[in-house]
Unconditional design. Structure first.
Ligand code: C5P
Length: 356
């Protein structure tokens, strides 16, 4: 027999963490002939992550998915199952057997809010592809993995980068961007160059699911600002991150970054209650507040995890006493997350290494 090793011999499930992403910038450059929008966005993965566990099923069974935590909607529509099917199709030729790679059972702990502008579903899909290939013992080249990811959704290729990246095109053109300088150990870590723990993000996600296509439609219909400020801020940040910046440099850019989301007016057109909510957050936090992706997750940057956690407590308390109200039937999701940044520059493009 040639091809992959017998997957039945694998011990235990394959486990993957599927990180959320945050758009530090998001510029919409125009509409493409295929109806998608041309983007320029600096995206960072966060240590807020879903957990996916994947096991091989016996012959004669079908892929299955069990979800705990946030409700992502009907299981049959879940990107994890679509990712398994697509991975099986791509893996079959290298699998070395006539029958396709076997069915998979997945358990997904959803800790990332759904339809929140944090790309949780896209990250789950990227993790599902990776876990499926490992469970089957199949190797796919970088090109094939990228095609497979782009097929699954515009945000999925970003998660192959394994760190901060610039996403262009409809999101499928991903350039790994350097690093936050760090003193941590390991190939993926959080920046701690400025103070213990380094900068952290406060995330506040009102309990209103926002449809990304609806937000892009609102942009098409004119809910947008002109002037290209987001594009400029995005290009600037991409260039700086490519070379490597410190947490404190990121902090210094917080107000520019918080304003650098071209989808913010369109998200407000889809969910008008976001406008007074953001105003209230600005008053409450007294610092710049940005929107991730098509929303409704808002973010604020802090110099340390402790400061962000303290702000999170204040936000929860203000919500508890009715001082801060958020749209939606439930209180918002409030969390503190760190950026998962590389500790070394990515291999491409080649740049001489700069020491912190
Ligand atoms: O690629 P994905 O299926 O995740 O995109 C969801 C929707 O978001 C698309 O159907 C499209 O309406 C919109 N979109 C867009 N331009 C992009 C990415 C997404 O118009 N670059």
């Amino acid at each position: 027999m040639t091809g992959a090793p017998d997957p039945a011999r694998r011990l235990g499930p394959v486990v993957r963490l599927a990180p959320a992403k945050l758009n530090l910038t998001l510029a919409v450059l125009g509409v493409r002939p295929d109806g998608y929008h041309e983007l320029h966005s600096v995206m960072v993965p966060l240590d807020l992550a879903d957990r996916l566990s994947v096991s091989i099923l016996p012959p004669g069974t079908a892929d299955s998915l069990h979800v705990d935590g946030f409700d992502p909607g009907p299981v049959a529509d879940n990107l994890v199952l679509r990712a398994f099917a697509a991975a099986r199709r791509h893996a079959h030729p290298t699998w070395g057997r006539e029958e396709p790679p076997p069915a998979l059972a997945a358990r997904l702990e959803k800790r990332i809010p759904v339809a929140a502008g944090l790309a949780g579903g896209s990250s789950d899909a990227a993790a599902a592809v990776d876990a499926a290939l490992e469970a089957w013992g199949v190797e796919l080249g970088a090109g094939a993995r990228h095609r497979l990811a782009a097929e699954l959704g515009s945000d999925v290729p970003f998660f192959l980068a394994g760190g901060p990246a610039l996403a262009e095109g409809r999101g499928e053109r991903v350039t790994p961007l350097g690093w936050l300088r760090t003193a941590s150990v390991g190939d993926v870590s959080v920046d701690d160059s400025t103070r213990p723990g380094g900068p952290a993000l406060l995330l506040i996600t009102p309990a209103v699911a926002i449809s990304t296509p609806a937000v892009f439609r609102a942009w098409d219909e004119g809910a947008r600002v002109t002037g290209g400020a987001a594009r400029l801020a995005s290009a600037h940040l991409a260039e700086e991150l490519r070379k490597g910046i410190r947490g404190q440099d990121l902090m210094a850019r917080a107000s520019v970054l918080a304003a650098a989301n071209d989808l913010a007016p369109a998200a407000a057109a889809v969910e008008p209650a976001l406008v007074p909510f953001k105003r209230a957050l600005l008053r409450q936090l007294g610092r710049p507040v940005g929107l991730s992706g098509s929303g409704p997750t808002h973010w604020a940057l802090y110099a340390s995890h402790a400061q962000a956690a303290e702000a999170a407590d204040r936000v929860r308390a203000a919500i508890g006493v009715g001082e801060l109200t958020a749209p939606g039937p439930r209180p918002p999701f409030v969390a503190v997350a760190r950026i998962l940044a590389r500790t070394t520059q990515p291999a491409e493009p080649q740049e001489p290494r700069r020491e912190p």
